[in-house]
Design a protein around this ligand. Sequence first.
Ligand SMILES: [Zn+2]
Ligand SMILES: [Zn+2]
Length: 281
Amino acid sequence: MKFGAHVSIAGGLFNAPANAAERGCEVFQMFSRSPRGGKAPDITKEMETQFKDAMKEHKQEAAYVHAPYILNFASQKASTWNGSIRLLRQDLERGSQIGATYVMFHTGSAKDQGIDEALDRAIEGLAKTLDGYTGDCQLLIENSAGAGAVLAGEFEQIARMLDDKRLKKHKALAGVCFDTQHAFAAGYDTRTPRAFKETFDQFDKIIGLDRLKMFHCNDSKIALGENKDRHEVLGEGEMGKKPFELLIAEKRLQGKDMIVETPGDQALDVALLKKMRNKVS
Ligand SMILES: [Zn+2]
Ligand SMILES: [Zn+2]
């Protein structure tokens, strides 16, 4: 298990590995562009080399890309739906250029449609995104904090997307990025060994742990099942340290990297995870 944080790309993508190293990261996550959308400047051959050199110089073992937050694959607005497809495909291509392992994204919200209709629209959009894509960077669905219309909060919805025949044929859709705070907000408890085991047994039964590829490691500002996306510093929120100690010690979850997206100084969260790992090994 390697640890890292979401870091800034201000001044250019090639700054991200240095920003990560400064925070004690072994791996890291970044945006490949402004997260609010707009046209992303092309990544030139020179920028590619600069980035890869910086990865080596700053000893970063993997880079992950978070897609822009504005995507909504369930949108009934053609411009939003088409824009989501275009942006996510661009991020996959950009990720492939710089050697990133995964791009993760938020599926979106059903708003006033039924969940079935919204999921179907999302599946259709994702199939279109992946159609003809031949890059090495793979795609992960991120679980959400849930709440009625927000898709991918329940494991069953994620499984429905991954198992749909329109998506199953696309090997580039590798699985799930598991956000600990989103899961907690969606009602999946991990605070005691028993609750932790139940949550991951359920994940295994419904989605399959082989499709859980990495973690977003965040504590929660809100209580279990309150359906809000509100991250907190590790150990200082409603979840506490226990879920993270259990994650690091869990045999079934070895080899899956963890990215913190916490408020405040993320170097402290990364250091805390490393301390927990030292205790296990
Ligand atoms: Zn996310
Ligand atoms: Zn979040």
